[in-house]
Design a protein around this ligand. Sequence first.
Ligand code: UDP
Length: 243
Amino acid sequence: MSNKRKRVLVKFSGEALAGENGFGIDTVILKFIANEIKTLVEHDIEIGIVIGGGNIIRGVSAAKDGIIKRSSGDYMGMLSTVINSIAMQEALEHVGMDVRVQSAIKMEAISETFIVRRAKRHLEKGRIVIFAAGTGNPFFTTDTAATLRAIEIDADMIIKATKVDGVYDRDPNKFSDAKKYNRLSYEMAMDDHIKVMDDTSIALAKDNSLPIIVCNMFEKENLLRIIEGNYESCSIVNKTNNV
Ligand code: UDP
């Protein structure tokens, strides 16, 4: 058996940080996530993180009345992810973790610039790396950024940490008979009524055989259970199609 450490990219949506408020950053949630990540590091797992920006601003909404251009709105969205990343860095340091933020847009006063070789060195040294500012390009999402970074750092999997415990055929909050898929193919994950992530991210994951895991981030030690191979409380998108 290989004793190579597992390397995982965890993607949190910006909205998840907002908690009940629906906007801004809830430090109680931040601390909960920081402790979950700490547990992973203590189990010798190398962790990269991407956080969305939806709790602050999204390009599409910023541009909806035509005053702000979509591309500018997207840059505003990317800056939101930097705000969230700095908050997460603080929370992780608060629980004793060693963290680096690497931004896709150069911002040297507050973060390193993304350099994949440097990111890998940090991970090898047991540091958590938070990848901020998405891909650095408008018209993309942080799901795509997370998939891209996961592939670049040779992660074993990407975990999309959400408010639900997996992928359903219908919204489980609205339909009590919604069916959960434990395993899905990449093609199924692209299906319009499922939409695990946007098509660009899934296509990238598929081309590079990167497994995508969708799970509930609010269940204590769930991330650890999943990374250690207990897939009951999540859905996996990968090459096999035994639903
Ligand atoms: N964004 C972008 N390029 C990227 C990643 C993000 O332009 O590579 C912008 C886009 O406007 C997006 C916003 O940043 O709406 C926030 O990201 P996202 O909507 O993915 O955040 P989440 O829904 O995960 O909170």
